[in-house]
Design a binder for this molecule. Structure first.
Ligand SMILES: Cc1cc2nc3c(=O)[nH]c(=O)nc-3n(C[C@H](O)[C@H](O)[C@H](O)COP(=O)(O)O)c2cc1C
Length: 419
């Protein structure tokens, strides 16, 4: 594998001392702690205490276990990483944990969750700024040459993956240098070295646009990535929301309370105070390395290994005994994003159909087993024969199965999705 580095413009000056940002030990708990507590009360958390290898084994176990009603998997004994944990199958295709993620009690039908999410997506709340001392991720701060990001249990999930991925269940923070708009996105991050990690962002993604703007100015892009995060932050980060808006606002709206952030004195970025791990640094103009490939949510490989920018890591913050959130991308029910992409897409299409004035919509369901993208079923109460065809057209581009829905007595979309 070509691991060559193209060196770009001059390096950023040394970071300011971070001592002032340190949090007292045990000052507070993380958002993930709070979520896991609720999941455990539901009986949906499986703690794995046997030693498990981060190289393929944890992901393989997850793939074999994942399915409807499968538990979240907390690997507490990861080979080579004492004191660290890795969480898989946070939500997967499990409706009860999806409901917890959006701040609801478990519901008995996915369409109820879709409607709740649709309402919550409509309200946006700005983040609340707290001091760095209040941030749990500041229990431990490592800088400069003391940094080795390989202490965290990065994972290889599929045999042909290009390396060990620190970032899958992550929230990557960047800023548009022109407008100041902060973006939070999920992008894969393959480890390159002790202080270097790839950040693959596809063309047109918000972080790509931010990066191009910084680089056009001849400046490195400040960047941070959080792991050990609230699954809800992962949901908004992994979702395409309007380009001019910040995902923190959507998180806070769905959450019903503002996310707590502190401003980094290194990058100037607002960082999630209740995340368990945050790394920060810069993407330097035209510095790339051979990254990937990475097994995708479709169940196969997409982009082959290729030149990808990487973060030069200047600071690492983490709580004691942190948990790395990991998102397995896989076919069918093992895909970490299947259900939440399904719910978001269903909510969006449903809202659009309503705006278009389509009458009698009983439900919209973008099937999780098709990654929430491939197939959308729309159930419409049929009043006369030609109406069925009209609703097929507004389904717009997605495979649409009106006859299957019509055949089902109650238009039960959950049933249709599995038939
Ligand atoms: C586990 C996981 C890994 C992802 N990896 C990437 C990636 O490497 N590059 C990318 O552009 N999008 C990736 N995505 C999709 C983006 O998260 C998604 O398109 C999101 O909307 C991007 O945020 P943005 O719209 O703010 O750019 C990934 C999603 C998930 C769930």
């Amino acid at each position: 594998m070509d691991m060559s580095v193209t060196v770009g413009t001059a390096r950023q000056p040394q970071p300011a001392k971070a001592e002032g940002q340190k949090a007292p030990r045990g000052a507070n708990s993380s958002d993930l702690d709070a979520w896991l507590e609720k999941v455990e009360l539901l009986g949906e958390l499986k703690r794995i205490t046997a030693e498990v290898d981060p190289d393929l084994e944890a992901a393989t176990i997850t793939y074999l276990v994942a399915g409807e009603k499968s538990p979240a998997l907390l690997f507490e004994n990861i080979k080579g990483h004492p004191g660290h944990r890795a969480l898989y199958n946070m939500v997967g295709c499990n409706l009860s944990r999806f409901c917890l993620m959006i701040g609801e009690q478990p519901m008995d039908h996915p369409l109820k969750a879709v409607q709740s999410l649709q309402q919550k997506l409509g309200r946006k709340v700005p983040p609340k700024e707290v001091s760095a001392e209040q941030a749990i991720c500041n229990q431990n701060i490592v800088e400069g040459n003391d940094i080795d990001i390989r202490i965290f249990p990065a994972q290889r999930m599929w045999p042909l993956d290009g390396g060990m991925y620190l970032g899958t269940g992550d929230a990557v923070v960047t800023k548009d240098p022109e407008t100041g708009r902060v973006n939070v996105g999920t992008y894969r991050m393959m480890i390159k070295g002790p202080r270097e990690v790839g950040v693959y962002t596809s063309p047109g993604k918000d972080a790509t646009i931010d990066r191009e703007k910084w680089w056009r100015r001849g400046k490195p892009m400040p960047i941070a990535a959080a792991y050990g995060i609230d699954p809800l932050l992962f949901l908004v980060a992994a979702t395409s929301l309007p380009k001019t808006e910040c995902e923190y606002d959507y998180y806070s709206g769905i959450n019903g309370a503002p996310i707590e952030v502190f401003i980094s004195d290194l990058t100037g970025l607002p960082l999630p105070a209740r995340a368990e791990i945050v790394i920060e640094g810069f993407l330097y103009p035209d510095e790339t390395f051979a990254e990937g490939p990475f097994g995708e949510f479709t169940g196969y490989y997409g982009r082959p290994s290729g030149a990808t920018p990487f973060m030069r890591v200047e600071r690492v913050r983490y709580r004691d005994n942190p948990t790395l959130t990991c998102a397995l991308m896989a076919d069918s029910a093992a895909n970490e994003c299947g259900l939440f992409w399904a719910a978001l897409r269903s909510a969006g299409i449903w809202a659009d159909l309503q705006k278009l004035g389509v009458p009698g919509i009983k439900g919209v369901w973008s099937i999780p087993e098709a990654a929430g993208w491939g197939i959308t079923v729309v159930s419409i109460r049929r009043r006369y024969r030609s109406e069925q065809y009209r609703s097929g057209v507004v389904g717009n581009g997605d495979a649409f199965a009106p006859s299957a829905v019509d055949r089902h007595p109650a238009g039960d979309l959950e049933h249709v999705s599995r038939s």
